[in-house]
Design a protein around this ligand. Structure first.
Ligand SMILES: NC(=O)c1ccc[n+]([C@@H]2O[C@H](COP(=O)([O-])OP(=O)(O)OC[C@H]3O[C@@H](n4cnc5c(N)ncnc54)[C@H](OP(=O)(O)O)[C@@H]3O)[C@@H](O)[C@H]2O)c1
Length: 302
């Protein structure tokens, strides 16, 4: 499996597993531990979390599974996110729905993630979503402290557009800190980050990209959806031609982008992971790539 260098301290597997849905899986720690080991056997070592996943429970579920194999953590890179507050009885300040990018909240959130995950250090922490109230100086202060205390190896953002990225990046650079990652929604179904230039902007600055919901959260399999039906009409013959599944073609489509976008899957089925890995080995022609692209757009390119 190819690796993607994030900074001088950490590299990620170029396919990532996400744990947003892990609470719904209703697995025992033993079952989750087995799944993580199966991923590692396939070279998928990077695990994506957020403090809020599963009403603030998914990190804890993962931590319990990790505890069963004390050496497993050394084979993983663990990412988490912070900055969203959801109403919940699980944490004290969760008394409404808002963003909190204060230094205090970022530090507290990372410390809680470490405790829940039962680890000493995150390989990356991302600001989950940009906020209209975002003060880049506050975030920079938090990152500075977290790096100094050895609680994070790298720092990134998620769902940031070009101007939000520029604002924060400029402030971090003054302290010799960097945004190393931007996690964006990208799939043949969701082209916004390609269309609005966000991906190009990140690529220019060598910011590595993770694509969340690369299968559009399962929407790419809902044939009742008009856009999916258009895309599927192009993908199905390609799947037949290459003797692979739709999932593999979607992965091949993402992987053809020159910016080395790392897909973050949400499946709980190892056979789907294997299909995806098959797709990462597949080379679509430019014409095939554009046929999927224009099917998604719903019109031809100029
Ligand atoms: N940064 C952000 O704002 C943000 C937002 C959302 C998600 N994320 C991250 O991205 C990760 C992945 O998101 P996601 O779960 O939406 O990713 P996804 O991989 O696009 O979608 C996974 C969903 O699609 C279903 N699926 C996959 N193949 C299918 C098929 N052939 N037929 C029918 N259903 C199928 C899966 O069900 P099975 O389990 O049955 O395969 C699962 O429910 C999350 O875990 C999280 O880490 C980040």
């Amino acid at each position: 499996m190819d690796r993607v260098k994030i900074n001088q301290h950490v590299s990620f597997s170029n396919v990532i597993q996400g744990f947003w849905r892990a609470k719904d899986w209703q697995w025992t720690p033993q079952q989750l531990n087995r799944y993580i080991n199966e991923l590692v056997e396939r070279g998928i070592t990077t695990m994506d979390h957020a403090d809020i996943y599963g009403n603030y429970t998914c990190e804890g579920i993962f931590g319990e599974a990790l505890k069963l194999s004390p050496n497993l953590r050394n084979h993983l890179e663990i990412v988490s996110k912070c900055g969203i507050i959801l109403p919940s009885n699980k944490i004290e300040q969760a008394d409404g729905h808002r963003y909190d990018h204060s230094k205090k909240h970022i530090i507290q959130s990372v410390e809680r993630s470490l405790k829940q995950l039962q680890i000493e250090q995150l390989d990356a922490v991302l600001i989950h979503r940009p906020s209209p109230l975002m003060d880049p100086h506050e975030i920079t202060e938090a990152v500075k402290i977290l790096v100094k205390e050895g609680k994070i190896k790298s720092f990134g953002v998620s769902n940031f557009n070009k101007s939000q990225y520029d604002l924060l990046s400029k402030c971090l650079v003054c302290d010799k800190l960097h945004i190393t990652l931007n996690q964006l929604e990208v799939s043949p179904y969701t082209l916004d980050a390609i269309e609005d230039g966000t991906i190009n902007h990140m690529y220019k600055d060598d910011v590595k990209m993770m694509s969340w919901s690369p299968l559009a959260g399962g929407k790419l399999f809902d044939l009742e959806d008009e856009k999916t039906a258009r895309i599927t009409a192009v993908i199905s013959p390609l799947a037949q031609k290459y003797q692979v599944t739709t999932t593999a073609i979607i992965m091949a489509w993402l992987n053809k982008h020159p910016a080395s976008i790392m897909p973050v899957f949400g499946t709980q089925k190892i056979h789907r992971v294997d299909e995806a890995l098959q797709g990462m080995e597949l080379s679509l022609t430019d014409q095939e790539w554009f046929d999927i692209y224009t099917a998604s757009l719903g019109h031809d390119i100029p």
